[in-house]
Design a protein around this ligand. Sequence first.
Ligand code: PLP
Length: 392
Amino acid sequence: MDQGRFVYLDNAATTPLCQQALEAMAPYLGVGASGAFGNANSLHSAGRRAFGDLERYRMQVSRALKAGRPDEIVFTSGATEADNAALVGICVGIRAQRNQAGDHRQGRVVVSSIEHDAVLHSARMLRELGFAVDYVEPDRQGHVSPDLLAQVMTDATYLVSVMAANNEVGSVNNVAALARVAHSAGALFHTDAVQALGKIPVDLKAWGVDAASFSAHKVEGPKGVGVLYLKTGTPFVSYLAGGGQERGRRSGTQNVCGIAGCSAAVVHAVEDQQRFARASQAQRDLLYRRLTEIPRVSATVDVNSGEFLPNIVNVCVSGMESQTLILQLDLLGFCVSGGSACSSNSLDPSHVLTALGIERKRAQGSLRISLGPDTTDQDVEDFLAAFAQVVA
Ligand code: PLP
C-alpha cells in the first residue's frame, strides 16, 4: 500500500460530502448580497427566496422518500432529534388525545432492544414521563420478527419503534410487516431508517409507517441535518417551543443551507441506490468470505441468513480488542470502527451485540467495516492485506 494512503471504510458512522450536496449548499455560503442567507420566515424578498427554496427542498425529499405530501417532511438537526421527536412527540400527542376522550390508562411504547441510543434513550425518557416501555428482542441475526412483536402488543400500546436496518450488523427488518402488526393492535409505527436510505429501497407509503427518521450525513450530505417524516394526521406535540417553524412541529430558524445539502444528498442516494447496492454487495461478499477464512475471525452475523445491508460487514477477532484493531488499522491508513461509532470510547460491548447473545469476550473484539459509494475493489484488497498484517 502507498505510504500516507487514507482508506475510509466507516461509512455507517458518517460519509464525505458528495458533489451534489456541495453544489446545492454553495449559494447559501456566499457573503452579503451574493449569499442566499435570508431567514425563511421573513416577509421581504430575501426571506421569501429562502422560503421558496426551503419548500422546494421539502418537495424533493418528499418525492425521493415516497411520502404522501411535502408537508409530511419536517427538517431537524439530525436523526437523533428526529428519533427523540418521534417517540416523545407522538406518545405525548396520543396521550393528550386519549386523556381528552376520558381514557387515562398508562400508555405503552414498544422498541426493539437493538435500536440506536437515540431511540432507546428516548424510550427511557418516556418512562420518566409516565409511560411504560416494552422491548422486543431480535433473533440471533439481528432481525425483529413480526410474530414476536405481536406478542408484546397490548391495547394500551401507543407506538412501536423498530429500525429499518441496524447500524452495527446491518440486519434489515421487514418494516411493512412490522407496521401492520402495530396497526392491527391499534398502535402507530415509527422506523429509524437512517442506515437503510441509499442502501435498500425506501418507500414510505409502501412501508405504511406513521413516522420515520433520516440523517443527511449518512448519505453524503452535511452533518447536523435530518428529516422526520410525520404522516398526515399523526398526533404530535413538539417539545421544541419557539417560533412555530416547520408548521409548528419544530421551532427554530431553518438551516436552509444544510437542508439544501440534505435534499441533494437524499435525492442522489435514492437515484444511486441500485448501483451502489450491487457494487457494494459484491465487495461486502468478498470481504466477508476472505475475513471469515482467517482462523481468528468469525462472522458476528451470517449475512447469508436473511436480509442484510449490502455495505456492512461485522466480524469478531478472538484475542484482540476492537480498540487495538482500530488503532493499528488506522496507523496503516484504514478507518473502520468497532461496536458502534457513537459509543466507541467505551470498552463495554455494545448493547446490540449483547442483545444478539454474543459473549462479552467475543464482542469486545468486534469490528465493523462499512463500505461507501466511493469504495473501490482496490480499497477492499488493500484492507484485507492490512488486516492480515494486524491479526498475524
Ligand atoms: N440512528 C441510527 C441508526 C444511526 O446510525 C445514527 C447515527 O449513528 C443515528 C440514528 C443518529 O443520527 P445523527 O448523527 O444524525 O443524529
